[in-house]
Design a protein around this ligand. Sequence first.
Ligand code: NAD
Length: 732
Amino acid sequence: MTDFTLKTDADGVAIITWDTVGKSMNVMNQQGFTDLDALVGHALADDAVKGIIITSGKPDSFAGGMDLNIIARMKDSAGDDPARGLFDGVMAMHGVLRRIERAGMDPKTNKGGKPIAAALPGTALGIGLEIPLACHRIFAADNPKAKIGLPEIMVGIFPGAGGTTRLARKLGAMGASPLLLEGKLNDPQAAKRAGVIDEVVPAEDLISAAKAWVLSNPAIVKPWDEKGYKMPGGAPYHPAGFMTFVGASAMVNGKTMGVYPAAKALLSAVYEGALVPFDTALKIEARWFTNVLMNPSSSAMIRSLFINKEALEKGANRPQAPDQKVRQVGVIGAGMMGAGIALVSALAGIKVVLIDAKQDAAEKGKSYTAAYMDKGIARKKATEDKKAAVLGLIHATTDYAALKDCDLIVEAVFEDVGVKAEVTKKVQAVTGAGCIFATNTSTLPITELAKASNDPTNFIGIHFFSPVDKMMLVEIIKGEATGDVAVAKALDFVRQIRKTPIVVNDARFFYANRCIIPYINEGIRMVREGVEPALIENAAKLVGMPLGPLQLVDETSIDLGVKIAKATRAAMGDAYPDGVVDEVLFWMADQTRLGRKSNAGFYAYDDKGKRTGLWDGLAVQYPVADQQPDLVTVQHRLLFAQVLEAVRALEDGVLTDIREGDVGAILGWGFAPWSGGPFSWLDIIGAPYAAERCDQLTAQFGDRFTTPDLLRDMAAKGHEFYKRFGTGAKAA
Ligand code: NAD
């Protein structure tokens, strides 16, 4: 069986259909390139063929991208010279696409050649757009759900099968930059407006429109293959082009803080490629692409953000249990979290009973969905009908009896054991025996809360992050008695609402909060020591954290920090390690500087709530020391504070799969995505160096940096996390 087939019709149009066997969406693999090349070659050589259409056998999509295992195979193909294997492999892909683009034309005169159209029934991503870009005209079905674009940058690489060079030449550096540098995806109409594709036609006319064009004897030479081609917007040395590249370079460095190799390499490929003829530009693109693929950051990002994220979404850690798809969910507590959970559930087509203590509170929770849909309508992403349908799924009430038919409950009432216990009992007086009860608690032990339940095997934690509609991670927490069906239910629910799950065991702060709190605390600790706050914040950002620790605590609120600190101290007694941090935190709370919500925190804010800079009053209480630490020391303190907690979570058995540790860290709290996550970062720097650095940090700053036994052992044996625990082996 081959993924590509060719049929020539009576009018002499060869239709090459891509239909990856056994997949709902086409994915390019090594054999696919060979087959496509052979069929195009065959059609070009066949005198009966006047032109070619490349399309898809899938009804709603053209292709989802490339099987990234191709890259691993290219690397392996050249033995001890993986860069050579990659470069040669990438150049071979260029060869296939360039043969499509040249379509048999005479290299000197540009004469001859047959028109080749791409006909996209729907989504076309990555290589699924790079192939069409090599064709002479791109037709797309008017399918508003389709996504068209080059999202490679999102997983730490860039479009390396000619997409970078072709799009930059087609649209100019300025026009191509949101598509290349941000991986922006468009629906067909927007893709046409952006100039990425050429025509949008009704789905039923897709092939006939492409065919009419192919038979119209069209001009097919690409502008960049014509004499005198000029890049739209100007080449880099042209005054307009100069401005574009200076701006783009500043933008890329501003956004990435220089830690993402792919963004820089992409810009270099575009810049250098713009100075030379097209075929040389492809070679330059291939060199930069190889450079990026050889960078450990890219491999780590691909592994975490593509391969492992997808594996977790597909249920890598789902226990054996029949399908647990949720039909009706009861959300108890219509506050900030409950309102968001109701929204994402209804968007997934799930019926929701949204309960609060008072009817107006329940209605207010529901109105969050109305406001969300209104925003979508204003942006033309939703319609009034869709809004009515989504709202129609949410029943806002105070009546617990309405929960009778729910098969899942997500409780999101106040963070209080007593309140939660009372709610659990009230709910379970109504729901049936098979109903799974989940709590969205962020700090309370699941095993403890399960005591209020009539069946702890059906009791579980489903921990969302705020804002629910934006944050992609959901942490599923197993209590001591939680059974497999409850885990499967939680995972199937997360899959329905299209988020990424991790499954962890029950322990203080579970996984994400356990790691993020030490990060915030380390930042506050440094303030107390007299480290310049701007140094703390910038060090964090320069190492790829989305928010500095002081900004983060301002966002989550300082009184919440105080509350958590008090509860933790009460639970830990003398072993509580963060007294120094609390001194600063409590002092801030005493000054009623509670963070963004009070328009005053570690940062100062204007009347509109915009941050105006770090608050200078902080220095009065905590003067800045004359001697400041170097940048890397500050960065290491901030990173190791999180990473060591992740290692301890693995040692303790809270995490049972390092893939979840890495994916959860990036999606849950934005842990330096360039690194691939805490375990990937440790693999990049190596366990021996990590252990040595921990010893230094311990000597200088205290026992919280003590090298965990696991890391010490790995350092001694020269182990890597992904070799030792690759696909979810237990820490023990
Ligand atoms: P919130 O105060 O905004 O909402 C709580 C809601 O529960 C209120 O509307 C309240 O009226 C309602 N409620 C209280 N007692 C009730 C009862 N007996 N019956 C029905 N409704 C009742 O709080 P929130 O921020 O949405 O947090 C809810 C839960 O989610 C807490 O357990 C919290 O720890 C957890 N959580 C919060 C966040 C966050 O960032 N805010 C993140 C993850 C988890």
